[in-house]
Design a protein around this ligand. Structure first.
Ligand code: ACO
Length: 311
């Protein structure tokens, strides 16, 4: 007789195999994946803005070319992730509408302004570094299209992280003023980078179920700790410090102790009240509306091509 669908799903998860779009899946599994993948895609797209801010003011042709390539990569990641979400039966147009109406979230990190050019380096190093730390385990996520998308995304994020670090090492070899600019930038981005991993485990409503389903592979706090541990030697090599008096090696745990991020700031940002939330969404909405003619032309062209093939 037929094995019940739920049993087949559970057995696939238990055997660490992949769930594919045509497989039966519980509604909750589908919903949580749409939520996470859409939020992830929106983050990539909104994430183009803070760095895009420096494209016209990059200090050399080489830096401008690198930054342009990087921002284009983020657009590619967003498109790739919207495609992964579409395999779950949602429509990209609908997801974009939800984003610009504030009904779906995107990462808190992209609601801070990029005040100096050093921020381009710091975002590459710390923000993309945190993204890699969070996303490498997602290459083993139980949903096939998401896991496969993460492989390519992580490769490109590694390039982004290195370009950021290299930019900062160049500035650190420069003048006192440049070194101060790097330190000031790191001071502003450190705590927001730690918040990227989400709320503490005891305040994370989704983690337990997402881990049981193999959607997430580690808790928010586990990944935050991993990020702190990997970042400290990098900061030492660079010659900067993190703005946390509680940072200290804990020999017993074999990890660094660190202070508590300001979770009230995090909550305010997630609710849409961060320093740049309104501007980010307004910009996205304007780009979407200004691009309507491109979508219309592409749709008309595709219809014409399809007509020609038929005749
Ligand atoms: N920014 C904004 N919202 C957040 C953040 C954050 N940094 N962290 C958590 N949240 C939201 C969650 O989306 C959730 O809200 P929802 O239930 O309305 O969707 C709520 O806060 C509670 O959090 P959790 O229960 O911990 O949510 P979840 O299990 O989804 O974990 C996490 C959050 C770790 C961000 C997870 O979704 C994830 O790994 N996503 C994939 C990576 C990603 O989206 N990265 C984007 C930034 S990196 C980049 O694009 C360069």
């Amino acid at each position: 007789h037929d094995v019940p669908l739920q049993e087949t799903f559970d057995a696939t998860i238990a055997a660490e195999q992949r769930i594919e779009p045509r497989d039966w899946m519980p509604d909750g599994y589908r919903k949580t994946l749409i939520r996470q993948i859409a939020q992830h895609a929106h983050s990539e797209i909104i994430g183009m803005q803070p760095e895009g801010n420096w494209l016209t003011r990059a200090p050399s042709l080489r830096r401008k070319a690198i930054l342009t390539a990087k921002v284009q990569d983020e657009a590619g990641h967003g498109m790739y992730l919207y495609s992964a979400a579409e395999t779950l039966g949602v429509d990209r147009e609908d997801l974009t509408t939800k984003l610009i109406e504030g009904r779906q979230k995107y990462s808190s990190i992209f609601n801070y302004p990029t005040l100096t050019y050093a921020d381009v380096g710091t975002i590459g190093w710390l923000v993309d570094g945190a993204a890699i730390c969070n996303q490498v385990p997602l290459c083993r996520s139980s949903f096939g299209p998401y896991a496969r998308a993460m492989i390519r995304v992580c490769k490109e994020e590694s390039f982004h992280q290195r370009q950021g670090y290299e930019l900062l090492t160049t500035m650190m070899r420069g003048t006192d003023e440049q070194r101060a600019m790097v330190q000031e930038s790191v001071n502003r981005w450190w705590w927001p980078a730690l918040m990227m991993f989400g709320p503490p485990d005891d305040q994370s409503p989704n983690t337990a179920q997402s881990m049981a389903w193999g959607v997430k592979r580690h808790t928010n706090d586990e990944l935050r700790q991993r990020f702190v541990d990997m970042s400290i030697p990098q900061a030492q090599a660079l010659g900067v410090t993190f703005p946390d008096p509680d940072l200290a090696w804990n020999a017993e745990r074999g990890s660094y102790d660190f202070g508590e991020p300001d979770w009230s700031e995090f909550m305010a940002i997630v609710k849409g009240n961060g320093p740049t939330n309104l501007a980010r969404i307004a910009r996205r909405r304007a780009a979407h509306e200004d691009g309507a003619w491109v979508r219309e032309a592409a749709t008309a062209f595709a219809a014409k091509q399809a007509g020609q093939t038929r005749s």
